[in-house]
Structures are given as structure tokens and as C-alpha cells.
Design a binder for this molecule. Structure first.
Ligand code: GAR
Length: 216
């Protein structure tokens, strides 16, 4: 199997990045993490990636306008030979021009069941809205933020007594399973886009206990 070359973009802690690196260490996983690029030099994820033996770089937008920042990012990505980009807590908005250049090759994880709660503070907003089921989404990136064809979602219950922190922790545990699952579907070619519709080959008949869809 020829593994797909994947670059992960981060801005902070990097726990989702770490879950992708861990999955990619398996010989039967369809993707290799070839680079981790951070928009912030202080990002904790950089040390995690380096400790795992993954090549790291910082591309900051300090002092740069958006086209120059994105040109620097694009150059780094091309250098790495990346075929797929995974945004994992990457807190910079990408322009339509950048998204077009990498169309259908950028994935993002978002901490809500999209299209509910795009944007920031998703757990606070889920609690304020009183939803009973919350979760996370991996989707293809489009120019509109937190929009784009959904690849996979993982759901958790909202429990009475939850705070934003307890809910975030419950969702994060599912994120760490969902992102490797979704990237595996894309990298192996099991998930494919025709236009903006996703089809997935060989779906399991039943979802697993965390209501992950599509089931692993
Ligand atoms: C994750 O919860 C991710 O879903 C979220 O940021 C966190 C990053 O944590 N992403 C977004 O909010 C993007 N809109 P991590 O650095 O430990 O992976």
C-alpha cells in the first residue's frame, strides 16, 4: 500500500495531531504524517511532534499580510510533499484562493456536530442551547469557515451538571478517535467526493457505542 503523505497544521496543544501521528505509526494505516507546521512557535504540539520523530516547522503570520503568509505556508507544504492537509486546532482562517489551490485535499476537525455551532466556544453554546447530543465533525474545508462536505461525526451525550470543561473533555476523547478514522477513510480511498457529496465504501451496518458515523 502506498501511504498518502499528510501534513498537519496546528496552533496549540496538538492533541488531535498526536492522535493522527499515533494512528499513522500503524503499518496498515493509509497515511503517513510527513510534517507538522504550526502558526505559533509556542505551540505545545511542536514538541510532541518532534518527540515522535516528525519534521516540524513554524510559519507565523507575524508581520506578513495574508497572501504572503499563505505563500510561505504553501511553500512549506509543497516542500514536504504533502498530498493531504489536516487542520488540527489550526486557528488561522484560510483564504478562498488557498482553499482552491488545495481543493478537496484539506480536512478539518471541529468540536461540534456541524452545521450546529460553527465558530468558537462551541461547548458553551451547546450548553446554552440545551442540546442533548453534542460532538465533533471532520469535514473537507471550503472557503466558508466550518463549512464543507462532512466526512465523519462522533456524538456524545450532554449530561446534567456538565460544564463547558467536562463537555469539552468528553468531546475531545471522541475527536481523538474520529480524526484518525476519518483520515483513514480519505487516505485509503474508501471515502470519496463527487461534487460536494461523500460516498463511503464498505460501511459497517451498525454504528459503534459512541454513535460514530460512519462506523469504523
Ligand atoms: C480541538 O478541540 C479542535 O476540535 C478545535 O480546537 C481544539 C484543538 O485541540 N478546533 C477548532 O475549534 C477549530 N475551529 P488540540 O490542539 O489539542 O488538537
Amino acid at each position: 500500500m502506498k501511504k498518502k503523505r499528510v501534513a498537519v497544521l496546528i496552533s496549540g496543544r496538538g492533541s488531535n495531531m498526536a492522535s493522527l501521528i499515533e494512528a499513522a505509526a500503524r503499518p496498515d494505516y493509509a497515511a503517513d504524517i510527513v510534517a507538522v507546521i504550526s502558526s505559533r512557535s509556542e505551540a505545545g504540539g511542536l514538541a510532541l511532534a518532534a518527540a515522535a520523530g516528525v519534521s516540524t516547522a513554524v510559519v507565523s503570520d507575524k508581520g506578513l499580510d495574508k497572501p504572503s503568509f499563505e505563500a510561505a505556508l504553501d511553500a512549506r507544504l509543497r516542500d514536504s510533499g504533502a498530498e493531504i492537509i489536516c487542520l488540527a486546532g489550526f486557528m488561522k482562517l484560510l483564504s478562498a484562493a488557498f482553499v482552491d489551490r488545495w481543493l478537496d485535499r484539506i480536512l478539518n476537525i471541529h468540536p461540534s456536530l456541524l452545521p450546529a455551532f460553527p465558530g468558537l466556544h462551541t461547548h458553551e453554546r451547546a450548553l446554552a442551547a440545551g442540546v442533548k447530543v453534542h460532538g465533533c465533525t471532520v469535514h473537507y474545508v471550503r472557503a466558508v469557515v466550518d463549512d464543507g462536505p462532512i466526512i465523519a461525526q462522533g456524538a456524545v451525550p450532554v449530561l446534567s451538571g456538565d460544564t463547558a470543561d467536562t463537555l469539552a473533555a468528553r468531546v475531545l476523547a471522541v475527536e481523538h478517535r474520529l480524526y484518525p478514522h476519518a483520515l483513514g477513510l480519505v487516505a485509503s480511498g474508501r471515502a470519496r467526493l463527487s461534487g460536494d457529496r461523500l460516498t463511503v465504501d464498505g460501511l459497517a451496518a451498525t454504528a459503534d457505542a459512541v454513535l460514530m458515523s460512519p462506523a469504523p
